[in-house]
Design a protein around this ligand. Sequence first.
Ligand SMILES: *[C@@H]1O[C@H](CO)[C@@H](O)[C@H](O)[C@H]1NC(C)=O
Length: 498
Amino acid sequence: MLVRALGAPVATILIIAVSLLIRFGIGLHPYSGAGLPPRFGDYEAQRHWMEVTVHLPIQDWYTNTTDNNLDYWGLDYPPISAYQSWLYGKAIQRLEPEAIALHTSRGYETPSSKTLMRWSVVASDILVFIPAVLACRHVFFKDATVEQRAWMLFAALLQPAAVLIDHGHFQYNSISLGFAAGAAAVVASGKEVLGSILYCLSLNHKQMSMYYAPAFFAHLLGRCLRRPTLLTQVGAVARLGFVVCATFACIWAPFLVPPSRAIEVLSRLAPLRRGLFEDYVGNFWCATSPLIKWKQLFSQQELVQLCMGATLLTVLPAMAQQIRSPSRKGLLLCMASSAFSFFLFSYQVHEKSILLPLLPVTLLAPDVPALAAWLPAVAAFSMYPLLKKDGLSLAYGALLLFWAAFTLPSQAAPNRTAASGGAQGRGGSMLSYGLPLIFRTSVGLALGIHAAAAVLDPPKRLPFIYDALMTALSFLHFAAAAVYVQLLLWSQDHEKSN
Ligand SMILES: *[C@@H]1O[C@H](CO)[C@@H](O)[C@H](O)[C@H]1NC(C)=O
Protein backbone atom coordinates (compact mmCIF):
# COMPACT_ATOMS: atom_id res chain seq x y z
CA MET A 1 0.00 0.00 0.00
CA LEU A 2 2.73 2.42 1.06
CA VAL A 3 4.74 1.33 -1.96
CA ARG A 4 1.88 2.09 -4.33
CA ALA A 5 1.39 5.52 -2.77
CA LEU A 6 5.08 6.34 -3.16
CA GLY A 7 5.31 5.22 -6.76
CA ALA A 8 7.68 2.57 -8.11
CA PRO A 9 10.82 4.68 -8.72
CA VAL A 10 10.63 6.37 -5.33
CA ALA A 11 10.11 3.00 -3.62
CA THR A 12 13.18 1.58 -5.40
CA ILE A 13 15.35 4.53 -4.41
CA LEU A 14 14.04 4.41 -0.85
CA ILE A 15 14.78 0.69 -0.42
CA ILE A 16 18.30 1.10 -1.82
CA ALA A 17 18.91 4.12 0.41
CA VAL A 18 17.67 2.28 3.52
CA SER A 19 19.79 -0.76 2.64
CA LEU A 20 22.90 1.45 2.36
CA LEU A 21 22.08 3.24 5.61
CA ILE A 22 21.73 -0.10 7.41
CA ARG A 23 25.02 -1.30 5.92
CA PHE A 24 26.79 1.78 7.34
CA GLY A 25 25.02 1.23 10.67
CA ILE A 26 26.08 -2.42 10.93
CA GLY A 27 29.58 -1.31 9.93
CA LEU A 28 29.89 0.72 13.14
CA HIS A 29 29.95 -2.56 15.08
CA PRO A 30 33.09 -4.70 15.51
CA TYR A 31 34.43 -7.02 12.79
CA SER A 32 35.83 -10.52 13.01
CA GLY A 33 39.02 -10.61 15.10
CA ALA A 34 38.87 -6.92 16.13
CA GLY A 35 41.62 -6.29 18.71
CA LEU A 36 42.60 -9.98 18.88
CA PRO A 37 46.32 -10.39 18.11
CA PRO A 38 48.29 -12.23 16.86
CA ARG A 39 46.09 -13.44 13.98
CA PHE A 40 42.98 -11.29 14.27
CA GLY A 41 40.29 -12.48 11.76
CA ASP A 42 38.74 -12.18 8.32
CA TYR A 43 39.09 -8.40 8.38
CA GLU A 44 42.85 -8.69 8.88
CA ALA A 45 43.02 -11.33 6.13
CA GLN A 46 41.43 -8.93 3.64
CA ARG A 47 43.66 -6.04 4.78
CA HIS A 48 46.73 -8.26 4.53
CA TRP A 49 45.83 -9.26 0.96
CA MET A 50 45.68 -5.58 0.03
CA GLU A 51 49.15 -5.15 1.58
CA VAL A 52 50.56 -8.13 -0.33
CA THR A 53 48.98 -7.41 -3.73
CA VAL A 54 49.85 -3.71 -3.73
CA HIS A 55 53.52 -4.21 -2.79
CA LEU A 56 54.59 -7.51 -4.36
CA PRO A 57 54.95 -8.50 -8.03
CA ILE A 58 51.88 -10.34 -9.26
CA GLN A 59 53.77 -13.64 -9.70
CA ASP A 60 54.51 -13.71 -5.96
CA TRP A 61 50.97 -13.16 -4.67
CA TYR A 62 50.32 -16.84 -4.02
CA THR A 63 53.95 -17.86 -3.39
CA ASN A 64 55.72 -18.27 -0.05
CA THR A 65 58.60 -15.76 -0.10
CA THR A 66 60.47 -13.75 2.51
CA ASP A 67 58.00 -10.91 1.88
CA ASN A 68 54.93 -13.14 1.76
CA ASN A 69 54.68 -15.69 4.55
CA LEU A 70 51.71 -17.79 3.51
CA ASP A 71 51.31 -19.10 7.04
CA TYR A 72 49.97 -15.66 7.95
CA TRP A 73 46.67 -15.30 6.03
CA GLY A 74 48.15 -16.39 2.70
CA LEU A 75 45.80 -15.69 -0.24
CA ASP A 76 43.45 -18.64 -0.64
CA TYR A 77 40.79 -17.19 -2.93
CA PRO A 78 40.98 -17.22 -6.76
CA PRO A 79 42.52 -14.38 -8.81
CA ILE A 80 39.51 -12.03 -9.06
CA SER A 81 39.62 -11.71 -5.26
CA ALA A 82 43.32 -10.87 -5.53
CA TYR A 83 42.65 -8.25 -8.23
CA GLN A 84 39.92 -6.79 -6.03
CA SER A 85 42.37 -6.61 -3.10
CA TRP A 86 44.83 -4.81 -5.36
CA LEU A 87 42.20 -2.31 -6.53
CA TYR A 88 40.89 -1.46 -3.06
CA GLY A 89 44.45 -1.58 -1.70
CA LYS A 90 45.51 1.08 -4.24
CA ALA A 91 42.60 3.29 -3.17
CA ILE A 92 43.35 2.90 0.55
CA GLN A 93 47.07 3.46 -0.09
CA ARG A 94 46.29 6.96 -1.42
CA LEU A 95 44.27 7.86 1.67
CA GLU A 96 46.09 6.06 4.51
CA PRO A 97 49.28 4.33 3.26
CA GLU A 98 50.26 3.04 6.73
CA ALA A 99 47.13 0.89 6.72
CA ILE A 100 48.64 -1.42 4.11
CA ALA A 101 52.40 -0.79 4.49
CA LEU A 102 54.48 -3.91 3.79
CA HIS A 103 55.29 -5.90 6.98
CA THR A 104 54.64 -3.04 9.42
CA SER A 105 50.87 -2.93 8.98
CA ARG A 106 50.00 -6.30 10.54
CA GLY A 107 46.97 -5.91 12.76
CA TYR A 108 46.66 -2.25 11.74
CA GLU A 109 43.43 -0.98 13.29
CA THR A 110 42.62 2.72 13.32
CA PRO A 111 39.12 4.19 13.23
CA SER A 112 39.84 5.85 9.89
CA SER A 113 41.22 2.68 8.27
CA LYS A 114 38.25 0.71 9.57
CA THR A 115 35.97 3.25 7.90
CA LEU A 116 37.86 2.93 4.61
CA MET A 117 37.67 -0.86 4.75
CA ARG A 118 33.96 -0.72 5.53
CA TRP A 119 33.36 1.66 2.62
CA SER A 120 35.10 -0.73 0.25
CA VAL A 121 32.48 -3.38 1.11
CA VAL A 122 29.64 -0.90 0.56
CA ALA A 123 31.29 0.10 -2.74
CA SER A 124 31.20 -3.58 -3.79
CA ASP A 125 27.47 -3.63 -3.15
CA ILE A 126 26.95 -0.47 -5.16
CA LEU A 127 29.17 -1.57 -8.05
CA VAL A 128 28.22 -5.25 -8.34
CA PHE A 129 25.47 -6.56 -6.10
CA ILE A 130 22.77 -3.90 -6.35
CA PRO A 131 22.96 -3.62 -10.17
CA ALA A 132 22.78 -7.42 -10.39
CA VAL A 133 19.69 -7.55 -8.18
CA LEU A 134 18.02 -4.82 -10.26
CA ALA A 135 18.84 -6.81 -13.41
CA CYS A 136 17.25 -9.91 -11.88
CA ARG A 137 14.17 -7.94 -10.97
CA HIS A 138 13.93 -6.63 -14.51
CA VAL A 139 14.31 -10.10 -16.05
CA PHE A 140 12.28 -12.23 -13.63
CA PHE A 141 9.60 -9.84 -12.38
CA LYS A 142 9.06 -7.37 -15.21
CA ASP A 143 5.30 -7.87 -15.12
CA ALA A 144 4.87 -8.30 -11.37
CA THR A 145 2.96 -5.80 -9.24
CA VAL A 146 4.66 -2.75 -7.76
CA GLU A 147 4.45 -4.36 -4.30
CA GLN A 148 5.99 -7.61 -5.47
CA ARG A 149 8.86 -5.81 -7.18
CA ALA A 150 9.49 -3.75 -4.03
CA TRP A 151 9.39 -6.89 -1.87
CA MET A 152 11.91 -8.65 -4.11
CA LEU A 153 14.34 -5.73 -3.86
CA PHE A 154 13.81 -5.49 -0.11
CA ALA A 155 14.40 -9.23 0.40
CA ALA A 156 17.54 -9.37 -1.73
CA LEU A 157 19.15 -6.21 -0.32
CA LEU A 158 18.10 -6.37 3.31
CA GLN A 159 18.13 -10.05 4.21
CA PRO A 160 19.97 -10.02 7.54
CA ALA A 161 22.38 -12.94 7.03
CA ALA A 162 24.29 -11.46 4.08
CA VAL A 163 24.36 -7.94 5.55
CA LEU A 164 25.73 -9.22 8.88
CA ILE A 165 28.47 -11.30 7.24
CA ASP A 166 29.68 -8.71 4.74
CA HIS A 167 29.26 -5.53 6.76
CA GLY A 168 29.62 -6.92 10.28
CA HIS A 169 31.90 -9.95 10.22
CA PHE A 170 33.69 -8.53 7.15
CA GLN A 171 33.80 -10.25 3.79
CA TYR A 172 33.13 -9.40 0.15
CA ASN A 173 30.48 -12.02 -0.66
CA SER A 174 28.43 -9.37 -2.44
CA ILE A 175 30.93 -9.51 -5.32
CA SER A 176 30.77 -13.24 -6.03
CA LEU A 177 27.05 -13.41 -5.24
CA GLY A 178 26.45 -10.32 -7.39
CA PHE A 179 28.25 -11.83 -10.38
CA ALA A 180 26.23 -15.04 -9.93
CA ALA A 181 22.93 -13.12 -9.75
CA GLY A 182 23.98 -11.09 -12.79
CA ALA A 183 24.85 -14.30 -14.63
CA ALA A 184 21.41 -15.76 -13.83
CA ALA A 185 19.65 -12.61 -15.09
CA VAL A 186 21.70 -12.48 -18.28
CA VAL A 187 21.36 -16.21 -19.05
CA ALA A 188 17.62 -16.04 -18.38
CA SER A 189 17.30 -13.16 -20.84
CA GLY A 190 18.87 -15.37 -23.51
CA LYS A 191 22.44 -14.03 -23.57
CA GLU A 192 24.21 -17.30 -22.84
CA VAL A 193 27.74 -16.17 -23.71
CA LEU A 194 27.73 -13.06 -21.51
CA GLY A 195 26.02 -15.05 -18.74
CA SER A 196 28.73 -17.71 -18.85
CA ILE A 197 31.42 -15.04 -18.62
CA LEU A 198 29.71 -13.49 -15.57
CA TYR A 199 29.44 -16.87 -13.89
CA CYS A 200 33.18 -17.45 -14.49
CA LEU A 201 33.86 -14.10 -12.79
CA SER A 202 31.81 -15.25 -9.80
CA LEU A 203 33.63 -18.58 -9.61
CA ASN A 204 36.99 -16.83 -9.85
CA HIS A 205 36.13 -14.45 -7.06
CA LYS A 206 35.20 -17.14 -4.55
CA GLN A 207 35.49 -20.84 -5.25
CA MET A 208 32.32 -21.28 -3.17
CA SER A 209 30.34 -20.21 -6.25
CA MET A 210 30.99 -23.76 -7.42
CA TYR A 211 27.79 -24.50 -5.48
CA TYR A 212 25.94 -23.02 -8.47
CA ALA A 213 27.94 -24.85 -11.14
CA PRO A 214 25.53 -27.80 -11.54
CA ALA A 215 22.64 -25.35 -12.05
CA PHE A 216 24.34 -23.26 -14.75
CA PHE A 217 25.74 -26.39 -16.39
CA ALA A 218 22.38 -28.19 -16.47
CA HIS A 219 20.38 -25.15 -17.55
CA LEU A 220 22.77 -24.18 -20.35
CA LEU A 221 23.11 -27.79 -21.52
CA GLY A 222 19.33 -28.10 -21.52
CA ARG A 223 19.10 -25.01 -23.71
CA CYS A 224 21.76 -26.25 -26.11
CA LEU A 225 19.92 -29.57 -26.46
CA ARG A 226 16.81 -27.71 -27.58
CA ARG A 227 18.48 -26.70 -30.84
CA PRO A 228 17.02 -28.44 -33.85
CA THR A 229 19.87 -30.66 -35.08
CA LEU A 230 22.67 -32.63 -33.44
CA LEU A 231 25.24 -30.46 -35.21
CA THR A 232 23.82 -27.19 -33.85
CA GLN A 233 23.53 -28.78 -30.41
CA VAL A 234 27.18 -29.80 -30.36
CA GLY A 235 28.11 -26.41 -31.79
CA ALA A 236 26.25 -24.57 -29.02
CA VAL A 237 27.92 -26.65 -26.30
CA ALA A 238 31.35 -26.17 -27.89
CA ARG A 239 30.80 -22.41 -28.13
CA LEU A 240 30.03 -22.11 -24.40
CA GLY A 241 32.91 -24.44 -23.54
CA PHE A 242 35.24 -22.19 -25.51
CA VAL A 243 33.87 -19.05 -23.80
CA VAL A 244 34.45 -20.57 -20.34
CA CYS A 245 38.02 -21.67 -21.20
CA ALA A 246 38.87 -18.28 -22.73
CA THR A 247 37.51 -16.39 -19.69
CA PHE A 248 39.50 -18.60 -17.34
CA ALA A 249 42.64 -18.13 -19.46
CA CYS A 250 42.31 -14.33 -19.28
CA ILE A 251 41.72 -14.30 -15.52
CA TRP A 252 44.55 -16.73 -14.81
CA ALA A 253 47.01 -15.33 -17.40
CA PRO A 254 49.56 -13.94 -14.90
CA PHE A 255 49.74 -17.29 -13.09
CA LEU A 256 49.93 -19.74 -15.99
CA VAL A 257 53.67 -19.60 -16.73
CA PRO A 258 55.44 -21.70 -15.59
CA PRO A 259 52.69 -24.33 -15.16
CA SER A 260 54.05 -25.16 -11.71
CA ARG A 261 52.86 -21.72 -10.60
CA ALA A 262 49.29 -22.45 -11.67
CA ILE A 263 49.43 -25.69 -9.68
CA GLU A 264 50.79 -23.77 -6.69
CA VAL A 265 47.85 -21.33 -6.87
CA LEU A 266 45.35 -24.17 -7.31
CA SER A 267 46.68 -25.98 -4.27
CA ARG A 268 46.08 -22.79 -2.26
CA LEU A 269 42.39 -22.92 -3.21
CA ALA A 270 41.70 -26.56 -2.28
CA PRO A 271 40.18 -26.82 1.18
CA LEU A 272 41.05 -30.50 1.72
CA ARG A 273 43.74 -29.54 4.19
CA ARG A 274 40.98 -28.74 6.67
CA GLY A 275 38.35 -30.94 8.32
CA LEU A 276 34.86 -32.23 7.52
CA PHE A 277 33.26 -29.01 8.80
CA GLU A 278 34.43 -25.93 10.67
CA ASP A 279 32.98 -24.79 13.98
CA TYR A 280 29.20 -25.07 14.11
CA VAL A 281 27.44 -25.28 10.79
CA GLY A 282 23.84 -26.34 10.21
CA ASN A 283 24.66 -29.06 7.68
CA PHE A 284 24.08 -32.80 7.71
CA TRP A 285 27.53 -33.82 8.95
CA CYS A 286 27.73 -31.35 11.81
CA ALA A 287 24.11 -31.74 12.94
CA THR A 288 24.38 -35.54 13.04
CA SER A 289 27.87 -35.64 14.56
CA PRO A 290 26.61 -35.85 18.17
CA LEU A 291 24.91 -39.14 17.16
CA ILE A 292 27.35 -40.48 14.57
CA LYS A 293 31.04 -39.79 15.10
CA TRP A 294 31.86 -39.33 11.40
CA LYS A 295 35.39 -38.12 12.02
CA GLN A 296 36.25 -41.23 14.05
CA LEU A 297 34.41 -43.77 11.89
CA PHE A 298 36.05 -42.77 8.61
CA SER A 299 39.45 -41.63 7.39
CA GLN A 300 39.72 -38.20 5.76
CA GLN A 301 39.98 -39.82 2.34
CA GLU A 302 36.79 -41.80 2.96
CA LEU A 303 34.97 -38.74 4.27
CA VAL A 304 35.86 -36.75 1.15
CA GLN A 305 34.46 -39.56 -1.02
CA LEU A 306 31.35 -39.88 1.15
CA CYS A 307 30.70 -36.15 0.89
CA MET A 308 31.23 -36.11 -2.87
CA GLY A 309 28.88 -39.05 -3.30
CA ALA A 310 26.13 -37.55 -1.13
CA THR A 311 26.41 -34.14 -2.79
CA LEU A 312 26.34 -35.58 -6.30
CA LEU A 313 23.42 -37.85 -5.53
CA THR A 314 21.28 -35.06 -4.08
CA VAL A 315 22.15 -32.57 -6.83
CA LEU A 316 21.26 -34.92 -9.71
CA PRO A 317 17.43 -34.59 -9.61
CA ALA A 318 17.57 -30.79 -9.90
CA MET A 319 20.09 -31.03 -12.74
CA ALA A 320 17.95 -33.60 -14.55
CA GLN A 321 14.96 -31.26 -14.32
CA GLN A 322 16.83 -28.34 -15.90
CA ILE A 323 18.45 -30.45 -18.62
CA ARG A 324 15.02 -31.84 -19.49
CA SER A 325 13.10 -28.56 -19.40
CA PRO A 326 15.26 -25.49 -18.80
CA SER A 327 13.21 -22.52 -17.62
CA ARG A 328 14.06 -19.04 -16.41
CA LYS A 329 12.83 -19.31 -12.87
CA GLY A 330 13.84 -22.98 -12.91
CA LEU A 331 17.44 -21.75 -13.19
CA LEU A 332 17.10 -19.82 -9.91
CA LEU A 333 15.38 -22.75 -8.19
CA CYS A 334 18.04 -25.11 -9.47
CA MET A 335 20.74 -22.73 -8.14
CA ALA A 336 19.04 -22.83 -4.73
CA SER A 337 18.64 -26.60 -4.83
CA SER A 338 22.20 -27.26 -5.93
CA ALA A 339 23.59 -24.83 -3.35
CA PHE A 340 21.54 -26.58 -0.65
CA SER A 341 23.03 -29.94 -1.68
CA PHE A 342 26.55 -28.56 -1.40
CA PHE A 343 25.80 -26.79 1.87
CA LEU A 344 24.17 -29.81 3.48
CA PHE A 345 26.49 -32.54 2.23
CA SER A 346 29.81 -31.34 0.85
CA TYR A 347 33.20 -31.44 2.55
CA GLN A 348 34.52 -28.52 4.61
CA VAL A 349 31.46 -26.27 4.71
CA HIS A 350 31.47 -22.93 6.53
CA GLU A 351 28.45 -21.50 8.29
CA LYS A 352 28.73 -18.55 5.87
CA SER A 353 28.08 -20.84 2.90
CA ILE A 354 24.35 -20.68 3.67
CA LEU A 355 24.45 -17.34 1.81
CA LEU A 356 24.61 -19.32 -1.45
CA PRO A 357 21.22 -21.08 -1.25
CA LEU A 358 19.83 -17.91 0.29
CA LEU A 359 20.57 -15.65 -2.70
CA PRO A 360 18.31 -17.34 -5.30
CA VAL A 361 15.56 -17.76 -2.69
CA THR A 362 15.51 -14.01 -1.99
CA LEU A 363 15.67 -13.25 -5.73
CA LEU A 364 12.45 -15.30 -6.06
CA ALA A 365 10.82 -13.56 -3.08
CA PRO A 366 7.49 -12.68 -4.81
CA ASP A 367 6.98 -16.33 -5.77
CA VAL A 368 8.04 -17.81 -2.43
CA PRO A 369 7.17 -15.04 0.04
CA ALA A 370 7.07 -17.19 3.16
CA LEU A 371 10.34 -18.95 2.41
CA ALA A 372 12.07 -15.69 1.47
CA ALA A 373 10.95 -14.11 4.74
CA TRP A 374 11.81 -17.05 6.89
CA LEU A 375 15.00 -18.57 5.53
CA PRO A 376 17.19 -15.42 5.92
CA ALA A 377 16.17 -15.20 9.59
CA VAL A 378 17.04 -18.87 10.16
CA ALA A 379 20.33 -18.37 8.31
CA ALA A 380 21.24 -15.45 10.57
CA PHE A 381 20.26 -17.58 13.57
CA SER A 382 22.47 -20.44 12.36
CA MET A 383 25.43 -18.05 12.28
CA TYR A 384 24.83 -16.68 15.74
CA PRO A 385 27.75 -18.58 17.37
CA LEU A 386 30.06 -16.86 14.86
CA LEU A 387 28.41 -13.45 15.18
CA LYS A 388 28.55 -13.61 18.97
CA LYS A 389 32.28 -14.31 18.80
CA ASP A 390 32.65 -11.23 16.57
CA GLY A 391 30.86 -9.01 19.11
CA LEU A 392 27.91 -8.60 16.76
CA SER A 393 25.09 -9.75 19.05
CA LEU A 394 23.56 -6.27 19.20
CA ALA A 395 23.73 -5.79 15.43
CA TYR A 396 22.24 -9.28 14.99
CA GLY A 397 19.31 -8.58 17.32
CA ALA A 398 18.57 -5.17 15.83
CA LEU A 399 18.68 -6.32 12.23
CA LEU A 400 16.50 -9.38 12.92
CA LEU A 401 13.91 -7.19 14.65
CA PHE A 402 13.92 -4.82 11.67
CA TRP A 403 13.53 -7.76 9.27
CA ALA A 404 10.72 -9.28 11.32
CA ALA A 405 8.89 -5.96 11.58
CA PHE A 406 8.75 -5.64 7.79
CA THR A 407 8.30 -9.26 6.72
CA LEU A 408 5.91 -10.64 9.34
CA PRO A 409 2.91 -8.33 8.74
CA SER A 410 3.10 -8.98 5.00
CA GLN A 411 3.06 -12.72 5.69
CA ALA A 412 -0.13 -12.33 7.72
CA ALA A 413 -1.92 -10.90 4.69
CA PRO A 414 -2.88 -13.79 2.37
CA ASN A 415 -3.54 -11.46 -0.61
CA ARG A 416 0.10 -11.13 -1.55
CA THR A 417 0.66 -14.81 -2.14
CA ALA A 418 -2.66 -15.28 -3.90
CA ALA A 419 -1.72 -12.53 -6.34
CA SER A 420 1.37 -14.31 -7.63
CA GLY A 421 -0.71 -17.23 -8.88
CA GLY A 422 0.52 -20.37 -10.62
CA ALA A 423 2.21 -23.37 -9.10
CA GLN A 424 4.76 -21.32 -7.22
CA GLY A 425 2.10 -19.01 -5.86
CA ARG A 426 0.12 -21.99 -4.66
CA GLY A 427 3.19 -23.48 -3.03
CA GLY A 428 3.96 -20.15 -1.41
CA SER A 429 0.48 -19.71 -0.03
CA MET A 430 0.36 -23.32 1.11
CA LEU A 431 3.34 -22.57 3.28
CA SER A 432 1.72 -19.32 4.41
CA TYR A 433 -1.47 -21.07 5.51
CA GLY A 434 0.47 -23.71 7.40
CA LEU A 435 2.62 -20.87 8.68
CA PRO A 436 1.06 -19.97 12.03
CA LEU A 437 1.76 -23.26 13.79
CA ILE A 438 5.09 -24.21 12.21
CA PHE A 439 6.20 -20.63 12.36
CA ARG A 440 5.34 -20.17 16.04
CA THR A 441 7.07 -23.41 16.94
CA SER A 442 10.16 -22.44 15.00
CA VAL A 443 10.39 -18.92 16.44
CA GLY A 444 9.56 -20.23 19.90
CA LEU A 445 12.38 -22.79 19.81
CA ALA A 446 14.87 -20.23 18.50
CA LEU A 447 13.95 -17.66 21.12
CA GLY A 448 13.98 -20.38 23.78
CA ILE A 449 17.55 -21.35 22.92
CA HIS A 450 18.60 -17.69 22.90
CA ALA A 451 16.92 -17.09 26.27
CA ALA A 452 18.42 -20.21 27.86
CA ALA A 453 21.89 -19.31 26.54
CA ALA A 454 21.50 -15.81 27.98
CA VAL A 455 20.49 -16.80 31.50
CA LEU A 456 21.76 -20.35 32.09
CA ASP A 457 25.41 -21.36 32.02
CA PRO A 458 25.85 -24.51 29.93
CA PRO A 459 26.47 -27.69 31.94
CA LYS A 460 30.18 -28.37 32.55
CA ARG A 461 30.17 -31.58 30.57
CA LEU A 462 28.48 -29.95 27.56
CA PRO A 463 30.03 -26.47 27.22
CA PHE A 464 28.85 -26.07 23.60
CA ILE A 465 25.33 -27.37 24.08
CA TYR A 466 23.68 -24.13 22.91
CA ASP A 467 25.78 -23.92 19.76
CA ALA A 468 24.93 -27.57 19.05
CA LEU A 469 21.22 -26.93 19.60
CA MET A 470 21.30 -23.93 17.26
CA THR A 471 23.04 -26.06 14.66
CA ALA A 472 20.50 -28.88 14.96
CA LEU A 473 17.48 -26.55 14.76
CA SER A 474 18.94 -24.71 11.75
CA PHE A 475 19.69 -28.00 10.02
CA LEU A 476 16.05 -29.09 10.32
CA HIS A 477 14.96 -25.83 8.70
CA PHE A 478 17.53 -26.01 5.92
CA ALA A 479 16.70 -29.63 5.12
CA ALA A 480 12.97 -28.78 4.95
CA ALA A 481 13.70 -25.76 2.76
CA ALA A 482 15.84 -27.89 0.44
CA VAL A 483 12.99 -30.37 -0.04
CA TYR A 484 10.50 -27.54 -0.60
CA VAL A 485 12.72 -25.90 -3.24
CA GLN A 486 13.07 -29.26 -4.98
CA LEU A 487 9.27 -29.64 -5.12
CA LEU A 488 8.87 -26.11 -6.49
CA LEU A 489 11.47 -26.85 -9.15
CA TRP A 490 9.61 -29.94 -10.37
CA SER A 491 6.31 -28.07 -10.37
CA GLN A 492 7.98 -25.74 -12.92
CA ASP A 493 7.25 -28.33 -15.59
CA HIS A 494 3.62 -27.25 -15.57
CA GLU A 495 4.56 -23.58 -15.62
CA LYS A 496 5.19 -22.96 -19.29
CA SER A 497 5.20 -19.18 -18.97
CA ASN A 498 8.37 -19.20 -16.88
C1 LIG B 1 56.82 -19.98 4.35
O1 LIG B 1 58.09 -19.48 4.68
C2 LIG B 1 58.28 -19.26 6.07
C3 LIG B 1 59.66 -18.65 6.26
O2 LIG B 1 59.79 -17.49 5.49
C4 LIG B 1 58.14 -20.56 6.82
O3 LIG B 1 58.28 -20.34 8.23
C5 LIG B 1 56.78 -21.17 6.53
O4 LIG B 1 56.65 -22.44 7.13
C6 LIG B 1 56.52 -21.29 5.04
N1 LIG B 1 55.15 -21.64 4.83
C7 LIG B 1 54.69 -22.43 3.86
C8 LIG B 1 53.23 -22.62 3.77
O5 LIG B 1 55.42 -22.96 3.05
